[in-house]
Design a binder for this molecule. Structure first.
Ligand SMILES: Cc1ncc(C[n+]2csc(CCOP(=O)(O)OP(=O)(O)O)c2C)c(N)n1
Ligand SMILES: [Mg+2]
Length: 309
């Protein structure tokens, strides 16, 4: 797989109203290239509900349904059931892929019950959570994905709690495919979407989505921040299928001892949302707790790697 094999056909179009350097729009552009036109997209209430443009215009060139905040899993279950009926009646020959595109607020917090229920029922769709670690559309409030120490409008002194690990929660549902992706590793991202497309059942993919205005960094640094997240271990790239986890890209090289992990501090320093924390005594403690969190996540994931067990 190389860049030349990625289709030139654009399904996420210019003329959208995303902020400059928006990670959701770039992610959606890559994901739709992998899935192609035969896709039904469900967008859970989030920045992505807005950036597509105002009705009757849309920058997204596949059938699209905007759904309520808590309903990603339930709405996709309904669409998947409808597609099955059309297929059984012979009204469609090739079943479209159902893709849910939801933020971290709509996934970690508000939509977790509907996603969990759908996964347990083995409903047939791909669920992609673009995780910008906050409620961005409503002005940067904390979510269950906000890391320890990060500024948001509801954590003005830095968040006091650790983020949860929802990809691990999804693995515990024993679904056929769970993967994490990054905008700095687009081929890994594209390949994982293709892989998910060719599987049946509930598939969960999570994209780290650094948000320039919310995280307070220049929009031109989107890819650098995305890359440092992986290089520092704050975002681990892996995929889980058939009961096994495989680390990918730089994460694998770090774990295999071929590349040195960058300190979490290098990642924190690129973002204004950690500036208060970095300059305080409690900040030093938060920095160490984040390093410990990275080590703990790697140890836990390694428990799934076959040669380790
Ligand atoms: C039941 C309900 N409560 C609140 C809202 C308002 N709302 C719309 S988008 C949003 C934030 C979504 O956060 P997230 O899922 O992380 O997506 P992001 O905005 O970060 O892209 C909120 C609170 C809503 N649409 N529905
Ligand atoms: Mg969000």
């Amino acid at each position: 797989m190389d860049f030349k094999s990625i289709p030139e056909d654009e399904l996420f179009l210019p003329g959208n109203v995303a902020c400059q350097g928006c990670p959701s729009s770039l992610g959606l552009r890559i994901a739709l290239k992998a899935l192609g036109r035969n896709t039904v997209l469900l967008v859970v209430a989030s920045c992505t509900s807005v950036l597509q443009g105002s009705y009757p215009f849309s920058a997204i060139d596949v059938p699209l349904i905007n759904v309520a905040f808590a309903t990603g899993g339930a709405s996709a279950s309904g669409v998947a059931a409808g597609i099955k009926v059309l297929k059984n009646r012979g009204e469609i020959s090739k079943e479209p892929t159902v893709l849910v595109w939801a933020g971290d607020g709509g996934t970690y917090d508000i939509g977790i019950q509907s996603l969990s229920g759908a996964a347990e029922r083995e409903e047939n769709f791909i669920y992609l959570c673009y995780n910008n670690e906050m409620y961005s559309n409503t002005g940067t409030q904390r979510s269950g994905a906000t890391p320890l120490g990060a500024w948001t409008t509801t954590t003005p002194a830095g968040k006091a709690q650790q983020r949860k690990d929802i990809a691990q929660i999804m693995i515990a549902h024993r679904i056929p495919y769970v993967a994490t992706v990054s905008l700095a590793y687009p081929l890994d991202f594209y390949t994982k979407i293709l892989k998910a497309k060719n599987k049946e059942g509930t598939r969960y993919i999570e994209l780290l989505a650094p948000c320039p205005p919310g995280w307070k960094f220049p929009s031109s640094k989107l890819i650098q921040v995305s890359r440092m997240a992986v290089q520092s271990g704050m975002w681990l790239l892996y995929e889980h299928e058939d009961g096994e986890t495989r680390f990918n890209a730089v994460t694998k090289r770090i774990i295999d001892g071929k590349v040195r992990k960058r300190p979490v501090k290098d990642y924190l320093e690129m973002q204004g949302r950690f500036s208060k924390v970095l300059s305080s005594e409690e900040g030093k403690e938060a920095e160490q707790r984040l390093e410990d969190e990275v080590s703990e996540s790697i140890r836990r994931l390694k428990g799934w790697v076959p040669e380790y067990t």
